[in-house]
Ligand binder design. Sequence first.
Ligand SMILES: Nc1ncnc2c1ncn2[C@@H]1O[C@H](COP(=O)(O)OP(=O)(O)O)[C@@H](O)[C@H]1O
Ligand SMILES: [Mg+2]
Length: 256
Amino acid sequence: MSTLEIKNLHVSIEDKEILKGVNLVINTGEIHAVMGPNGTGKSTLSAAIMGHPSYTVTEGEILLDGENVLEMEVDERARAGLFLAMQYPSEITGVTNAEFLRSAINARRDEDDKISVREFIKKLDEKMTLLDMPEAMAERYLNEGFSGGEKKRNEILQLMMIEPTFAILDEIDSGLDIDALKVVSRGVNAMRGEGFGSLIITHYQRLLNYITPDVVHVMMEGRIVMTGDAELAKRLEAEGYKGISEELGIELELND
Ligand SMILES: Nc1ncnc2c1ncn2[C@@H]1O[C@H](COP(=O)(O)OP(=O)(O)O)[C@@H](O)[C@H]1O
Ligand SMILES: [Mg+2]
């Protein structure tokens, strides 16, 4: 079993404190959801875990099986087993999807253990079929001209090909129609298992109808203010974030 542990994490962007002491422990075999209103620091949390240079960790720790993640370079974090599906995936001209995936897989493997072309194609075929992706998408430039839904599907393809230990999925449901939502959920559910843990960040409860989380955290104003099981997400759907913020006496800055 692997564990990703976030302890008292404080993160600033340009001297403004966004995360104000986040605590979170995720084990492989578990899917956690982080829900919260816009502007509350959800993407900041994912960026800090992955080591985005604009986000400064001012206090606290991130440990992967006890190893200090904050001391690792971005690529080391990926090799250590962390993966981020971004809220806004970037487009890369000149690199095809297939080339990108193959180098991403190989970058995480030892020199004498690179994936063979045959094995790669077989795996790619299998995952693209599961995600209802047309074959031609493998040869298109990474995310270039992809629709919002195609980009999200492509993030899940990366997840399934790379098979990280821990995946942070930031708003993978945003902009998806119901069919695409089902496909994306099918991909994440196929990853479920003893060797995989995930942190699903979402604004809406809708995605959690398809991917049932083991643990649900509510984030407000840079902190996790409530933790529960899948029922908590349903309560949020019924009451909105207002119900919980009033109960806890938290004044929400309205960013929506
Ligand atoms: N690059 C940035 N520069 C300045 N402020 C930022 C930047 N990115 C995010 N913020 C601010 O940090 C806060 C948290 O943003 P974010 O983590 O994206 O929230 P969420 O993902 O929960 O919607 C917001 O107030 C946002 O305006
Ligand atoms: Mg966000």
